[in-house]
Design a protein around this ligand. Structure first.
Ligand code: GDP
Ligand code: ZN
Length: 459
């Protein structure tokens, strides 16, 4: 992968923006050593922490801190790397970065360190993507699953499957060289059986990947209901102690109608449609337009009603405006108040319950007392397709799911081509190629650009 000319030396602030106890400027490339000498007076021994003064062009002290030098190929990027750990003030960090740029480095692009790690075969593509997913994980389970992908759990399964596909392909292609006997080879040989074994493993990997993807993407849940029906209370009750870790993304801070919570580690983006009323206020109009946009991406709508009142005209009007394909759950709230269950032998025991009526799901609960909340949590996870304890789940992106679906498609076609070895061989080749895009064996440059540009700078 790395037959290109010597890349430029890059530098970036690796720690988060703002001030912190420690800030790190990272340099990667062949100039790392000379930059170390210029700033530190001498280049520290590889992989040894050295406490030194960091000096500017006039020999004046910028800061005193820890410097670590890594000689290629034993570094994150596989190149010579210098890490300067200083006090984490933004001005100081800028000064230190400027010093590195002055000494011949250029500012790193987003994800460029990891991109180089990938190009130098320190990581495969699925692992490189997992670096960003570890950093951006919104729940602990998501972070753990991303860590499993970064450690290579996902890649290992992909490689095992690739090996089997390659073996089968070689077998089929060898048969092509003996035209008279080829059909016999294919039918008598265990090609069909091998194909079905590969398909079974592919199914297992796809299932795992879907679970991991859910931890990454979460569910978009819309809350619909009249004022005072308990939308905010339900959000808080569902969240409980489990508030997700929200990373502020530019432009979302004004989005007061959205909150991020989690159920068993699955992120839930909750959109409160309370803001969906008629208005003349420009700012509010903008917010409403955004809420409608969010609605279009939603997976599930929670339709809240007061259990004592049931479903009325207002609710019918609102659901008529919701996208048809949206999965819906009726939530009858406030069962702790004067609400009489319709058909129940022991009313007190059966207030909190889940029912299916005319294909719709109805859950009776109380956001205030928490009664019946567990039913809603379970139903939400079920609708999302979560069938796991989270144990052993590795993180996967939509890109990976699409590739796995592509592999399945080619294997399905292959299965029907057992009597036509040329076509069979071709489908196996295509299946192998699709599978290889996950770990980056077959990956076009523009895709790489897209993947790494979404990283933060300094990673
Ligand atoms: P929203 O306008 O739909 O967001 O409704 P809120 O969550 O602000 O709740 C409106 C009022 O109903 C508040 O006074 C809540 O304390 C109360 N409330 C919400 N859920 C329940 C419930 O399950 N039982 C009872 N008794 N009161 C509730
Ligand atoms: Zn509210």
């Amino acid at each position: 992968r790395s037959s290109k000319p010597q890349p430029e030396t890059i530098a970036a602030i690796a720690t988060a923006a703002g001030s912190g106890g420690i800030g790190i400027v990272r340099v990667s490339g062949s100039a790392s050593q000379s930059i170390a000498k210029a700033i530190l007076g001498d280049c520290p021994a590889p992989r040894h922490a050295a406490y030194l003064g960091f000096k500017d062009v006039n020999g004046e002290l910028i800061d005193r801190g820890i410097a670590i030098y890594y000689a290629a190929p034993n570094s994150y990027t596989g190149e010579d790397v210098l890490e300067l750990q200083a006090h984490g003030g933004p001005a100081l960090m800028q000064l230190l970065l400027a010093r590195c740029l002055e000494l011949g480095a250029r500012q790193a692009e987003p994800g460029e360190f990891t991109r180089r790690a990938y190009l130098n075969e320190k990581l495969d593509l699925a692992q490189a993507e997992a670096v960003a997913d570890v950093i951006n994980a919104s729940t602990i389970e998501a972070a753990r699953s991303a860590m499993r992908s970064l450690s290579g759990d996902f890649s290992k399964l992909v490689h095992q499957l690739l090996d089997q596909l390659i073996n089968l392909r070689m077998y089929v292609e060898a048969c092509l060289d003996f035209p008279e006997e080829e059909i016999d080879f294919i039918t008598q040989g265990s090609v069909a059986e091998k194909l079905s074994r590969i398909a079974t493993e592919l199914r297992a990997i796809s299932h795992q990947a879907q679970q991991g993807n859910l931890l990454r993407e979460g569910m978009q849940v819309v809350l619909v209901g009249q004022p005072n029906v308990g939308k905010s209370s339900l959000t808080n009750a569902l969240a409980g102690e489990e508030i997700a870790i929200v990373t502020p993304i530019a432009g979302t801070t004004r989005d007061t109608v959205k909150s991020l919570i989690q159920i068993k580690g699955v992120p839930l983006h909750i959109i409160d449609t309370a803001g969906l009323r008629e208005t003349e206020d420009e700012v509010e109009k903008f917010g409403i337009a955004r809420t409608w946009q969010a609605l279009e991406k939603a997976n599930i709508a929670l339709l809240l009603v007061d259990a004592a009142n049931g479903i009325g005209e207002h609710e019918k009007l609102v659901i008529a405006r919701l996208p048809q394909e949206l999965s819906k759950i009726w939530v009858h709230n406030k069962i702790d108040l004067n609400f009489q269950p319709e058909h129940s032998d022991d009313a007190e025991l059966n207030k909190a319950r889940i029912e299916t009526k005319q294909g719709d799901t109805h859950i009776y609960l109380s956001a205030k007392t928490g009664e019946g909340l567990v039913l809603l949590r379970e139903e939400l996870l079920k609708r999302a397709g979560w069938q796991s304890t989270g144990e052993g789940v590795f993180m996967a992106r939509s890109r990976h799911l699409n590739a796995l679906a592509e592999v399945k498609r080619h294997l399905d076609i292959a299965k029907d081509q057992l009597s036509q070895p040329e076509l069979l061989a071709e489908e196996l080749r295509l299946a192998q190629e699709s599978l290889g895009t996950i770990t980056g064996e077959f990956t076009p440059d523009d895709l790489l650009g897209e993947i790494f540009s979404r990283f933060c700078i300094g990673k």
